[in-house]
Design a protein around this ligand. Structure first.
Ligand code: BG6
Length: 512
């Protein structure tokens, strides 16, 4: 492909990242995620020549859809959602091996039919194929699907070989600690942990992976990466979008379950964990779990470590935006938070005393996800006169999205005949250095699962540790009802209670 040759991200990649003959089976094949992310991800891997020669895609869902129609739906999804335009040649190669199986999720016979379909594909290929099951359905049917995969013998397929069956499980992974444990129990009754790939799509984002590289491939950071030099850390995942048509789902979820428990906690773990002994998946996940376990239980109550709020009427992009309670499918007195902020303490040698602030919200001023490391101020002996010396604490900010990159705020002399200072920003931007058209998170994740690399997926104990921290808070909020629920205008940077959370330590939220 001309594109692969040109693009620096792909240089030399296919040589090292070859997957064996694979059948990807998507459960929830007519769903939104399949159209928006999964089919485009498979297609873009095809464009980059990263699909195995014998690659088959099987859609599975309750609706009766003929193969041809499924292929048309898939092509339409590519046209609408792929980062690159539909190339008929590439698509034709994928489409000829794309089929659909209709069946219920709790219908054992349908899973036997699926097993037969996969056997036929394998016969056609003429050698063993690995099967990758992608569970992209509502969580209510995760358990029946898993059990039926076991019942039909599909979970055990080629288990004694390197290219055994694998399963990707979409979020949400449980809705509290008990349900996450139960789900892990169901998974383990059918699959072995090394076959399981729990998705958090934030781990597939380029800049999240860059975090590891920046921290451990540069010698200048490690000596400073601790309580002696770092004053605080702020992790922001802000969205402009509201709940849109997802009100039904969101009412059961809220910002803590939807974003904090998974995406922001993952960012925190990668930012604060100890250096792993190797880049092997288990080494990295071990360190993440250790870090998550060192987080102290949240102090709840009115003066505690948390804030929550719902967006009210406001303005976004020059247009009026309505409040959460007026959105479609939202209860009149909803107690679901669209914004949550936490102050976390990590009780280990490296981080004791350094507050970690996490916030995430919908309908905020701008879509931005970033990790900001705020360093301590220099001693105020030399540049002390505040009218001449405008000094900022140094901040290293990893911009996860959009405009991916890294910036460092330093104090510099303003040019002129006397010494005045001003904070300046040094910038590294992915788009400027490497060009745009970065692969989407799902491309990396689907490819990694096909190859059998679990580094960018969540291990069972990791999911449980994160739920263990969040569940008491969920219970506390659930009991409190709307008491203590703050609000913020749509298009703003969040509620006053979140500012107050930082003010206690004399800190304030950064405006990314
Ligand atoms: C999903 C949440 O996990 O992440 C959504 O369910 C949210 O509510 C989305 O909008 C944000 O993902 P991204 O990649 O757009 O930042």
């Amino acid at each position: 492909m001309a594109e692969s040759q040109r693009h620096p991200f792909l240089h030399g990649l296919s040589k090292h990242r070859g997957a064996p003959p694979t059948v990807v089976v998507i459960f929830g094949a007519s769903g939104d995620l399949t159209a928006r992310k999964l089919i485009p991800a498979v297609y873009n891997l095809g464009v980059d020549n990263l699909l195995p020669t014998d690659f088959h895609l099987v859609g599975y869902g309750r609706k009766e859809i003929p193969d041809d129609e499924f292929r048309t739906l898939a092509a339409d999804a590519i046209k609408e959602f792929s980062r690159r335009e539909l190339d008929q040649d590439v698509w034709a190669r994928i489409a000829k091996n794309t089929t659909y199986v209709a069946g219920g999720y709790d219908d054992a016979d349908a899973f036997k039919r699926l097993a037969k379909h996969i056997d036929e594909i394998e016969k056609g290929v003429g050698r063993d194929v690995q099967v990758l099951f992608y569970i992209s359905t509502p969580p209510s049917v995760f358990a029946p699907i898993l059990k039926n995969l076991g019942g039909a013998g599909l979970a055990q397929k080629h288990l004694d070989q390197p290219h055994h069956a694998k399963v990707i499980i979409e979020k949400p992974f449980g809705h509290d600690l008990a349900s996450a444990r139960e789900l892990n129990g169901t998974i383990r009754s059918v699959f072995e942990e090394h076959q399981v790939y729990r998705i958090d799509h934030y781990l597939g984002k380029e800049t999240v992976q860059d975090l590891l590289v920046q921290r451990f491939a540069n010698a200048i950071f490690e000596p400073l990466w601790n309580r002696n030099y770092i004053e605080s850390v702020q992790i922001t995942v802000a969205e402009e979008v509201g709940v849109g048509s997802r009100g039904g789902y969101y009412e059961q979820s809220g910002a803590l379950r939807d974003m904090i428990q998974n995406h922001t906690m993952q960012l925190l773990a990668l930012t604060a964990m100890e250096p792993p002994v190797s880049l092997h998946a288990e080494s990295i996940r071990d360190e993440k779990v250790k870090l998550l376990k060192a987080i102290q239980p949240l102090r709840l109550g009115p003066d505690g470590d948390v804030a929550r709020a719902q967006y009210a009427d406001g303005m976004l992009g020059g247009k009026p935006a309505q409040g959460y309670l007026k959105e479609e499918g939202i209860a009149e007195h909803s107690k679901t938070e669209t914004y949550a902020a936490l102050r976390l303490s990590i009780n280990n040698w490296r981080w004791q005393g350094v507050p970690f602030y996490l916030r995430s919200g919908k309908r905020m001023a701008r879509r931005v996800s970033e990790i900001a490391i705020n360093f301590r101020h220099p001693p105020g002996t030399l540049f002390a006169e505040s009218e001449k010396f405008n000094l900022a604490g140094n901040t290293l900010a990893f911009q996860i999205q959009p405009d991916e990159g890294l910036s460092l705020i330093l104090n510099a002399k303003v040019p002129g005949l006397e010494t005045r200072t001003q904070p300046v920003k040094m910038n590294f931007r992915y788009a400027t250095t490497f060009g745009s058209n970065t692969p989407e998170a799902y491309e990396r994740l689907v490819l990694d699962a096909m190859i059998g690399d679990g580094t960018l997926f969540i291990r069972g104990d990791e999911a449980e540790t994160s739920w263990k921290l969040c569940t008491p808070l969920l219970e506390y909020w659930s009991e409190a009802g709307r008491e203590g629920m703050d609000s913020y205008p749509a298009g703003s940077w969040g509620p006053p209670s979140a500012d107050a959370l930082l003010a206690k330590n004399n800190h304030h939220w950064r405006q990314p």
